[in-house]
Write a protein that binds this ligand. Structure first.
Ligand code: SF4
Ligand code: MG
Length: 332
């Protein structure tokens, strides 16, 4: 099957002011490759500062990449077959802060109708579409349509943001910590809503969250990022049950387990990630990895396939590698 979105060698560096008036380069996203399959939910995890949100903004082309390319449904994004404006209609995003993404001076009905209006849909049809979407996300348009954002709860506002994201009939929706600010009970309702919408509207999701329990619950596949790179990707179950990269093992091991018998013996994740300015050489995790060997600092590990669609970038799982743990790790 043709993936919906292919990400090929995507790079985004930012220039920031460092000490002594020098400009320094933040390597926020540093050459990432992955695919988003039609109809799936791809979870994206990693500590804060690993490049998750920059990746989200690149996928939506809110910011332009420095190198690499995006291929959406077999067409190069920004190329002749798929101009940026058309791509932007097909990919929409829901952010964490439900309040700041809505215009406080517009009624929610106007907010939802705004996208279609900008894209040339007539006023009457835009409003009709907005009302039907509000209904779809569980907000009675008669009761809520004329209200302003401050008159709604956080959960209701996030429903409005979801309606707004769907108003242009996108195919891919990027959810960047979209339920993170909600109470647990409201979060569960919004997750159920997202699941219903995905099925009924044939959507594909990229679901970014720091909450690993939620990611495990919603994702078909999961991608793990560390310091601007993808270090492991695979089916959600394989990733949780057979994590291969020591960073993934430590990250998942840090999850407060609901079942005490299920706790892993994983070495805990110590310290903070190094700065994405001058990231460590070779494997970027070597400064925190309990299994690091000289090889790890010298050479960047390639991806090795562990089982169907499950890949990790660590010398311990690269067949024939010189890492002393390599043979052991591959027997597990
Ligand atoms: Fe650790 Fe080396 Fe594997 Fe990196 S390549 S995760 S430093 S063992
Ligand atoms: Mg973020």
């Amino acid at each position: 099957i043709q993936p919906l979105l292919k990400v090929r060698g995507l790079v985004k560096h930012f220039s920031v002011r460092g000490g002594a008036g020098k400009r320094r380069v933040v390597r926020a996203v540093d050459g990432i490759d992955f695919e988003v399959r039609k109809g799936e939910t791809l979870g994206v995890v990693g500590e804060s500062g690993c490049g998750k949100s920059t990746t989200a903004r690149l996928l939506m082309q809110l910011i332009k990449h420095d190198a690499g390319e995006l291929i959406f449904d077999a067409a190069t994004v920004g190329g002749q077959q798929l101009p940026l404006r058309e791509f932007r209609r097909q990919v929409q995003m829901v952010f964490q802060d439900s309040y700041s993404s809505l215009n406080p001076r517009m009624t929610i009905e106007q907010s939802v109708a705004f996208g279609p209006r900008v894209h040339g849909v007539g006023k009457r049809e835009s409003m009709a579409r907005a009302r039907s979407l509000l209904d779809r996300v569980g907000l009675d348009p008669q009761r809520f349509g004329g209200r302003y954002p401050h008159e709604l709860s956080g959960g209701q506002r996030q429903r409005v943001n979801i309606a707004r994201a769907l108003a242009l009939e996108p195919r891919l929706v990027i959810l960047d910590e979209a339920v993170s600010a909600l109470d647990k009970s409201v979060e569960a309702q919004v997750l159920n809503l997202l699941d219903d919408l995905k099925r009924s509207m044939a959507l594909t999701y990229v679901f970014i969250s720091h909450d690993l329990h939620v990611v495990r619950y919603v994702s078909d596949r999961i991608l793990v990022m560390y310091l601007g790179e993808v270090i492991e990707i695979g089916p959600a179950e394989a990733l949780f049950e057979r994590s291969a990269h020591p960073y993934t093992v430590a990250l998942l091991g840090s999850m407060p387990s609901l079942d005490p018998d299920q706790r892993t013996e994983a070495p805990p994740l110590v310290g903070d990630p190094p700065s994405p300015i001058d990231p460590p050489s070779g494997c970027r995790f070597h400064t925190r990895c309990p299994y690091a060997e000289p090889l790890c600092a010298e050479q960047k590990p390639p991806f090795a396939e562990l089982d169907e669609g499950h890949r990790a970038a660590c010398w311990m799982v690269v067949p024939g590698s010189q890492h002393s743990q390599a043979a052991k790790a591959q027997c597990v």
